[in-house]
Design a protein around this ligand. Structure first.
Ligand code: Z5A
Length: 204
């Protein structure tokens, strides 16, 4: 099973992915944890370029770099792990490209959909948790660290990204589960766990 975690900065993806992995392992499942961009040597190199404040990258090159990182991760890690029957958890996947490069940078959504399918070799997450917080909370949770290149984009950009995630979730109600992530991490995780238990029961 392939599960992804999506949302804006500071929504708690990394925290919730860790809790999810611990839970799945505690019930005897084999879990692989990944992040995007990243997860292979090549994709981590692309990540460094994409997030460095020293990089000057136009929107189209940015899009293609995220897709290149995804293609490497999908082919070399995600598909082999799924074929071995493992649970794959990823901190971001192609919905981030639609939200950030499509809605945020305003690149053509049809082109992005085509590139997303191409780079992910037509695989899709079985389940996606969209951890929803507002921009003010995102800034509050991220204020103690130095912003990377993506995080340095302005408020207007992030409002478009939030709208993007909302639209993507509305258009994919069977796959995407919206979780209020503004409360305590344990409360957010309880909602995630409930949904995972239901999904596991259905897949038996
Ligand atoms: N990007 C893109 O543009 N296009 C793409 O296709 C892809 C990505 C795949 C990746 O950055 C950047 O690339 C990202 C999107 C873009 N940029 N932006 N902007 P990243 O992976 O390094 O960073 P991030 O994805 O934005 O994650 P993050 O900032 O590390 O946040 P998070 O994983 O969602 O949250 P966290 O690390 O679990 O928590 C953040 C802090 O809040 C931390 O101090 C926690 O202790 C705290 N926290 C978490 N949950 C709570 C609750 N419930 N209450 C209070 N405090 C909490």
């Amino acid at each position: 099973m392939f599960i992804t975690f999506e949302g804006i900065d500071g929504c708690g993806k990394s925290t919730q992915l860790k809790h999810t992995a611990e839970y799945l392992r505690s019930i005897g499942l084999d879990v692989v944890c990944l992040r995007e961009p990243g997860g292979t040597k090549f994709s981590e190199q692309i990540r460094d370029i994409l997030l460095s404040t020293k990089s000057k990258i136009n929107s189209i090159s940015e899009l293609l770099l995220f897709e290149a990182a995804r293609a490497d991760l999908t082919q070399n890690v995600i598909i082999p792990s799924l074929n071995e029957g493992k649970f794959v958890l990823s901190d971001r996947f192609f919905d981030s490209t639609t939200a950030y490069q499509g809605y945020g940078r305003e690149l053509d959504l049809n082109t992005i959909n085509t590139l997303n399918s191409f780079s992910s070799l037509n695989i899709k997450p079985d389940l996606t948790f969209y951890l929803k917080i507002d921009l003010e909370l995102s800034y509050r949770r991220s204020k103690y660290r130095t912003p990377d290149r993506m995080e340095s984009a302005g408020e207007e950009f992030f409002l478009k990204v939030i709208n993007g995630f909302d639209e993507i979730a509305k258009n994919n109600p069977d796959r995407i589960c919206i979780i209020d992530s503004s409360g305590k991490p344990e409360i957010t995780f309880q909602s995630i766990k409930n949904r995972i238990i239901t999904t596991l029961q259905k897949s038996k």
